[in-house]
Design a binder for this molecule. Sequence first.
Ligand code: COA
Length: 331
Amino acid sequence: MTEIKASTGPKYARIYSVGSATPSRVIDNEFLLQYIDSSDEWITQRTGIKERRWVAEGENIETLAMEAASKAIERAGIDRAEIGAVILSTISHYHQTPALAPKLAYQLGIPDAAAYDISAACAGFCYGLAQAEAIVRAGQATYVLLIAGEVISEITNLEDRGTAFLFGDGAGAVIVGPSETNGIGPVVWGSDGGQEGVIWQTADWHTAVETGVFPKLGMDGRAVFKWATSFIARATKKCLDDAGLTPDQLDVFIPHQANDRITDTLLRYLKLPETVVVARTIRQLGNNSAATVPMAMDALLSSGEASSGQTALIIGFGAGLVYAGQVITLP
Ligand code: COA
């Protein structure tokens, strides 16, 4: 048999930088009460959400992704010509093809990078991070730009009192590259297509073309809540176990921002010490789907609540159903 040369790369990878972008339009709970029978008190108590950001005129998935990616590249201090792959995780790009990532790479001045989109809903960033880490360690690219961006407001059913208040728009991006020490633990990921009907899109995009009406997001909130507080709790613990860490070795916890009460349950299950900094960006940003984890990471680092070099546990979960999480060293 003819021997084919295999690619080889550095032993470890880490996240070099993070950047994020939030749209300008602030939507408070009060605003939504013109569409749904609810109250600021109910939404705050049941979810933690006080407000979220939605795109305004001129803002879209492309502008948000460009802003987050530009910040991440600048903060990494690397030569963008050395970015060999660009991954965009999103469920908000209108076109089945071409993907948006090649256009973003071109506009960012990254020449000849492998570029593609992935669709893993709210687990999208952590799915992408697993890919980026593997690409770097296999020597298939020196640096990978991973972007996660969403405009969920466009598929939000304003009249659905089970979902109208949950989601916000935004983008986050990281640069992943080679490292002397390990900065990204083993990914814990999976899916359960048997529960595809738990979070759904009300129509396919072909229908949207015919009717001119966007499909909307639908969800069995109680089923998601139950899955997140049982199965996902165990998966979160496995992220720590697989990284060889105990809860007291963790500095920061960045769970998907789906509901503050889900976060509380995960905290109790993991028995994290009170010293662990916990992301609560849901209060100001809502659930940003794939963009949630990097947006929360950037917010914690920018505010000084978390700092570079600390150990963080991240996990995303959502429609599919899909989930992915890992332990990382903060950039
Ligand atoms: N405002 C006021 N009351 C509401 C309401 C609203 N928007 N929506 C439901 N209610 C009422 C219900 O009618 C019900 O009243 P009843 O007890 O008199 O029958 C009560 O509140 C509880 O309803 P329920 O559907 O059980 O609410 P909940 O506590 O499960 O909260 C969610 C709903 C959506 C906030 C919650 O299920 C959730 O966050 N699920 C996870 C969602 C998620 O994470 N999705 C994305 C994953 S990526």
